[in-house]
Ligand binder design. Structure first.
Ligand code: FUL
Length: 693
């Protein structure tokens, strides 16, 4: 904080030094970023790789007792990772050096639970070293994910663990060259192996790690680092409260140094926060963080990733996109294709800035001087900016495009070295002599990109309608992005009706349900159709005007749910949990105490081998089950427990939870909720499904 202010102060003195004698340069307003935060923000886009014993056990979180002998990536090639990241336009890679299971990807001196006891390279391997080397070779920066929660360590929960944790940090921050970011996951405490104790250990995340001294150590070892921490003490960067890949539409790079940070505050920042803590949007290229073979067909499509791009980099955040590594040690080709597809789409979208070097006029220019005039927003120079006089907080800038020009994207950047200021702005287009509103938004920050339907206009007017202090705008871009159609979403109702839809306006849908790839020669979708039982529906959206097709949307449906009934509950709404619609939720409470049982009569006997649970998809919702048991019965009297466990990362990433078990015949299923994320007695469901043999 103090450093931030001092930094801004020195900067303003410097600017005064070089400015025109009569014009005072603007002074910082509120908290400002420090140099490390500026460098980090300018990276914009970098990768996560998740790789650990979980890769071999198909888990999301390991318990800490997984066998080190499982770790043996036969074709491991960190160059492949680096090449993909580089080609994808990323600037760095953060590796899961230690995930919650405690297994270390480097031969730490302080534990036996590491690569040094794995068969990989006969225990001589060091994955962090390999990463450091390839990052150097490819001109990428290296970041470290070190889980504070360690389900393997016998000392976790005791003061000794802090020494262990700091020793490991010291190894990582000393032996592998410059580290740009360190990532402390917020998942803290719970059940685990803990050296054989097999118990539940809880810690107070605000005090246990003594972050103040841990931070001092980090900054001493790596003075240029940024610290990401969601576990109790404000670092240099903040989590955005969700792993779905989006920060709030309003996004202040500010928070308070102390006090509670509820999830919605993480999402939107805090307008009057006293500290600069910008947003990092972390999300995976697949639904989950670690590799699960069943997700090979669930890799996010290019339009999906583009949407994430606008909701992160285009919304004053950075994008940390995860690649799960396969057991053989490589990134899956589908993930590579998607990441390179995104890079191509971004390149095409922002290839030509239609505003560059055009003439622009502003309603106010600071001191009426060249130094702060409108050309500074169109000169491709991040260090110059258009500024208004100190007392002006509403101002507009009009760009003359010279001739009627088609565009659908507006990009704007504030000169954040002197603080984030703009609270609201609009974009208008001059079409046939009339001004038309095309977009409006709230905050800008480092970078904001607005999307709107294409317009053909001769001039563009950007108006700041509210600002904390005189606005400082360093860059403006106007672009005409090509169309990228979204993959259609496919849903099936309880009675078996298939609905195909998309957010795009007007495309035609083509579909198949025999597993083949849909083309414009496949069935045309005009209205819902019925497809009961096990079927795989694939669909594309096609825009006849541009002759472009979307990526393929794919849904695999299991047995028909036509005859399903929830037993013992008299609530009409309950059946929404198998209506095929993820946005209809049912909460089971009514005085029930945990455990809460959900019993479904499937209507017929089936050979069951798994179940699926989708929690409430609303943001920060209640009733998310974390620990469960699953039973099967033939007669609703005698029950067999077929599976139990945890939905590990369900709170932060509420995606479909898929559990498989040894096949068992039955007509009735019972999902027993043992615990939820909020520690109360509510079980909530968006959807429940089964997997049959
Ligand atoms: C979460 C973790 O619990 C996940 O496993 C993953 O590492 C993600 C990046 O952070 O909170």
């Amino acid at each position: 904080m103090t450093k931030n202010i001092l930094c801004g102060f020195l900067l303003s003195i410097f600017s005064i030094g070089v400015s025109h004698a009569q014009v005072k340069a603007p002074t910082p307003y509120g908290p400002v970023p420090n140099e490390n935060q500026i460098h980090w923000q300018e990276m914009e886009y970098y990768a996560f790789v998740h790789f650990s014993l979980n890769t071999y056990t198909n888990q999301s979180w390991g318990n800490g007792n997984e066998d080190v002998n499982l770790f043996n990536p036969k074709e491991l090639d960190c160059r492949q990772w680096a090449r993909i990241c580089k080609d994808a336009g990323m600037k760095g890679i953060i590796i899961t050096a230690k995930h919650h299971c405690g297994f270390c990807l480097w031969p730490s001196k302080y534990t036996e639970y590491s690569v040094k006891n794995a068969p990989w390279k006969n225990g001589k391997g060091d994955l962090v070293r390999e990463m450091a080397d390839v990052c150097k070779e490819y001109g990428l920066k290296l970041g470290i994910y070190l889980s504070p929660w360690d389900r393997n360590s016998p000392d976790y929960g005791k003061p000794e663990y802090i020494t262990y944790f700091r020793n490991q940090l010291t190894e990582l921050l000393t032996n592998y060259g410059p580290i740009f970011e360190v990532w402390f996951d917020g998942a803290n405490g719970g059940s685990g192996y803990y050296g054989g104790a097999n118990e539940t250990r809880t810690i107070d995340r605000t005090t246990y790690y003594d972050w103040k001294n841990t931070y001092a150590l980090i900054r001493k070892l790596q003075p240029n680092i940024v610290i990401w921490n969601d576990g109790g003490d404000r670092g240099d960067l903040r989590w955005v409260g969700t792993e779905e890949g989006a920060v709030g539409e309003t996004n202040w790079s500010l928070l308070n140094t102390t006090g509670d940070v509820p999830w919605n505050m993480l999402h939107f920042g805090l307008e009057n926060g006293n500290s600069w803590v910008p947003a990092e949007v972390n999300t995976s290229i697949r639904p989950e963080w670690f590799y699960h073979p069943n997700e090979d067909s669930k890799v996010k499509t290019v339009p999906h990733l583009l949407d994430t791009y606008y909701h992160s980099i285009g919304s004053n955040g950075s994008l940390l996109l995860n690649f799960p590594i396969m057991p053989n040690g490589l990134i899956h080709p589908n993930d590579e294709k998607a990441a390179l597809g995104l890079a191509k789409a971004v390149k095409e979208t922002f290839a030509v800035n239609l505003a560059e070097n055009r003439k622009a006029e502003a309603s106010n220019v600071r001191g009426n001087t060249k130094e702060f005039d409108t050309s500074k927003t169109l000169d491709n120079n991040k260090d110059t900016y258009w500024a208004t006089d100190d007392d002006v907080t509403k101002a507009s800038l009009t760009i003359d495009l010279g001739k009627p020009t088609l565009f659908n994207r507006f990009l704007v950047q504030e000169y954040i070295r002197l603080g984030q200021r703009v609270k609201a702005f609009t974009v208008e287009a001059l079409i046939d002599g009339n001004w038309k509103d095309v977009a409006k938004a709230t905050t800008i920050g480092y970078k904001r990109i607005l999307r709107f339907p294409s317009v053909k206009a001769t001039k563009v007017r950007f108006s700041i309608t509210d600002s904390k202090s005189c606005p400082l705008i360093s860059n403006i871009g106007i672009y005409n992005a090509p169309v990228f159609l979204n993959a259609p979403s496919i849903e099936r109702t309880q009675s078996g009706e298939i609905n195909i839809s998309t957010d795009d306006i007007g495309p035609i849908f083509y579909y198949t349900f025999d597993g083949s790839e849909p083309t414009t020669k496949s069935n045309i979708y005009t209205t819902t159709f019925t497809a009961v039982g096990k079927v795989e529906v694939k669909a594309i959206a096609y825009d006849p005007a541009t002759r472009k097709s979307s990526p393929v949307g794919l849904e695999k449906f299991d047995i028909s749910k036509k005859d399903w009934k929830i037993t013992g509950i008299n609530d009409e709404k309950a059946s929404t949990i198998f209506d095929g619609n993820a946005s209809t939720i049912w909460h089971q409470r009514d005085g029930n105490r945990m455990p809460i049982d959900l019993v479904i009569d499937l209507g017929n006997k089936y050979d069951l081998c798994g179940f699926k649970y989708l929690p409430d998809q609303g943001k920060w919702s209640s009733g998310i089950i974390t620990n469960y048991q699953f039973y099967i019965s033939q007669d609703n009297i005698n029950w067999k427990l077929v599976d139990e466990g945890e939905f590990s990362n369900i709170k932060n990433n509420p995606v479909w939870q898929i559990k498989r078990f040894v096949p068992e015949k039955g007509r009735y299923i019972r999902l027993r909720a043992l615990k939820n994320t909020s520690g109360d007695d509510v079980a909530g469901y968006a959807e429940v499904d089964v997997i049959t043999n």
